[in-house]
Write a protein that binds this ligand. Structure first.
Ligand code: HEC
Ligand code: HEC
Length: 337
């Protein structure tokens, strides 16, 4: 974009960005690297001409537009290849998403699944409150849809690349037929599976009363939530240290912060509890609470009540909480813009 603004003169020596190869690719022999790269380019193109891994009859997507929006508004955090390591990412907590695993946190489908399109649209439009992920609700819908397609492209590219590396490692060759029949099909199946795995509550939401909140609090203390989130939901417990699958340290959300990352609709919170959160220590309670559909709604009522306490002017109990963990050593999360 800077180049465009400066006219052609400023641009000539600026190299066009490239998709970086996954570090694991470099561990293969040169022959295998070339073969894996060739297959990757066949299905996903290059930065100059990106391709979406998709079915033959899939609707056309405007990746040129998507790329322009992405390079202008997302790349500084999410990186050219979608590895989540853009120049601005260094001091952020949580880190921008590395799309290349196809794994997303705030989804409608159950644990382990891909997001449905609406999940990505919602995230980009609203942002993720309490993190550096801004909301882009002023983007023209065409640009928003295009950048979502571009994110899907980067994700599928990363997934295919990872599988190609695994295949090359285990077979010591990259058979194009196998890539087409197995690897590409696997990537597509995962994305197509999401919709039919959307979590619908076992029972519809009740009208929340203080009774739900009280029962929810009891469940919070007895079903294991307080182990990570602390008895008061602030997450100040010794056990509250973990890593996510992207290799970054993570902690259980401070539920009292008033900034629920995954959304504040009762259904959002229901899905977080029922499904857990992909890639993080937040476990799924689908099995544990299978026979207690009301308990999940009670917990939702409790989480909602805890999360609005500060806004209602009630401070959480002051003073050290047992067991006490000193204030975060990582930089504090930045407010959404
Ligand atoms: C200032 C940095 C920043 C910018 C700019 C930014 N993001 Fe993010 N993004 C983040 C962070 C941080 C997260 C991770 C939040 C978390 O893990 O809770 C994230 C997460 C995401 C997710 C994952 C949501 C999930 O459910 O896992 C998507 C999708 C996403 N961003 C898309 C975009 C798109 C598209 C743009 C550009 C239009 C963009 N982001 C611009 C910082 C940024
Ligand atoms: C093993 C630790 C652990 C346990 C047990 C646990 N959580 Fe979590 N929880 C986490 C972590 C870690 C996150 C933050 C995930 C992220 O966004 O990176 C989280 C996030 C959440 C969120 C999403 C908050 C947001 O910002 O949107 C909710 C809601 C939640 N937990 C509720 C619960 C409830 C209710 C229980 C008990 C039924 C529970 N958790 C048990 C670790 C845990």
């Amino acid at each position: 974009m800077v180049c465009l603004a400066l006219g052609m003169t400023g641009c000539q020596r600026t190299e066009s960005p490239q998709f970086a190869a996954a570090p694991k690719l470099g561990e293969l022999s040169v022959g295998l690297q070339t073969a894996a790269q060739a297959e990757l380019v066949k299905y996903t193109g290059s930065f100059q001409q990106p391709l979406l891994v998709a079915e033959k009859d899939a609707p056309a997507v405007d990746l040129t537009r998507g790329q322009a929006v992405y390079q202008e508004r997302c790349v500084q955090c999410h990186g050219v290849s979608g590895d989540g390591a853009g120049p601005a990412a260094k001091y952020m907590y949580p880190k921008p998403r590395d799309y290349r695993r196809g794994m997303f946190k705030f989804i409608s489908a159950s644990y382990g699944h891909r997001p449905v399109r609406e999940d990505l649209v919602r995230t980009v439009r609203q942002g993720i409150r309490g993190t550096s992920m801004p909301g882009f609700n002023l983007l023209h819908d065409r640009d928003l849809q295009a950048v979502v397609d571009y994110v899907v492209m980067l994700s599928r590219r990363g997934e295919l690349e990872e599988q190609l590396i695994d295949l090359a490692e285990s077979e010591q060759e990259v058979d194009p037929e196998l890539v087409k029949a197995d690897l590409v099909t696997t990537v597509l199946r995962r994305w197509n599976d999401a919709e039919e795995n959307e979590v619908q509550p076992l029972k519809s939401a009740p009208k929340f009363t203080t009774t739900h909140v009280e029962r929810g609090k009891r469940a919070f203390l007895t079903k294991g939530c307080s182990k990570c989130h602390g008895e008061d939901g602030r997450g100040q417990t010794l056990d509250n240290r973990g890593n996510d699958v992207w290799g970054h340290p993570t902690r259980a959300a401070d539920l009292t912060s008033g900034m629920l990352h995954g959304g504040t609709r009762p259904l959002d919170i229901y899905r977080r509890i029922y499904s857990g959160i992909n890639g993080t220590p937040m476990p799924s309670f689908a099995n544990a609470l299978r026979d207690e559909p009301d308990t999940i709604w009670d917990l939702v009522a409790y989480v909602l009540s805890v999360s609005s306490r500060r806004r209602e002017g009630q401070s959480p109990t002051p003073g050290p909480i047992r067991p006490y963990v000193p204030v975060a050593t990582e930089p504090a999360p930045q407010p959404a813009q």
